[in-house]
Write a new protein. Structure first.
Length: 208
């Protein structure tokens, strides 16, 4: 029994090691340029070992992205109990930027590295379930505000609002990841940039 438990732990550790190595290689070289053999070489295992964990590179990237998106969805669950939909939306934006700041490699792979489209329901993530799908959580929060008539006239397209806010948040995160250490600019603190971005967006969308 103990031997089986140890094998399962060893398997899980190696599985995670493969995923972490693959994430780093995909970010550095791009998805198309990385092979399963290169991932195996990175962790000093044979390619055969990699194939015991993943059928092929596409299945590997699907599991990797699903795990990272599930992590983001769990971050959002911490603010799910905020009753006011606009305040909840504000905190979604804050949490999104903070996720990118804390997990820049995850963020790069999820949103800044060209990869094959995710399956409709990858392992661990059910599309449309706000507990597992971060975009569904964002949409549900916006929809609550629409139902409560908190938005200005004409702002009823939940997907349009969600995608516009997402783009704004992504811009802040991407600049923080790629340019924050560039001293050519006198960067203002991230917290202030995030707060101003959210204020500008929400003041334009919501009723006074």
């Amino acid at each position: 029994m103990a031997s089986n438990d140890r094998r399962q732990r060893d398997y899980a550790r190696l599985h995670t090691k493969i995923l972490n190595a693959a994430r780093a290689l995909f970010i550095e070289h791009g998805y198309d340029a990385v092979t399963m053999r290169a991932i195996a070489k990175e962790i000093e295992y044979s390619p055969t070992t990699i194939y015991l964990h993943f059928k092929d590179k596409e299945h590997l990237i699907q599991e990797l992205c699903a795990a990272d998106f599930l992590t983001l969805a769990k971050v959002f669950q911490r603010i799910a109990r905020i009753a006011d939909p606009i305040e909840r939306l504000r905190q979604v934006c804050v949490a999104y930027v903070d996720f990118g700041r804390r997990y820049p490699n995850h963020y790069r792979l999820m949103f800044m590295t060209p990869c094959p489209p995710m399956e409709s329901d990858p392992a661990g993530v059910r599309r449309g379930n706000p507990d597992e799908d971060a975009y569904a959580f964002l949409k549900n929060t916006i929809a609550d505000g629409v139902r409560a008539k908190r938005y200005r006239a004409g702002f009823k397209d939940v997907d349009l609002i969600a995608q516009t806010l997402w783009a704004a948040g992504h811009g802040v995160v991407a600049l923080e990841i790629t340019k924050a250490k560039d001293h050519w600019l006198d960067w203002r603190p991230l917290k202030k940039r995030v707060a101003l971005m959210i204020d500008v967006m929400l003041q334009g969308l919501t009723k006074t």
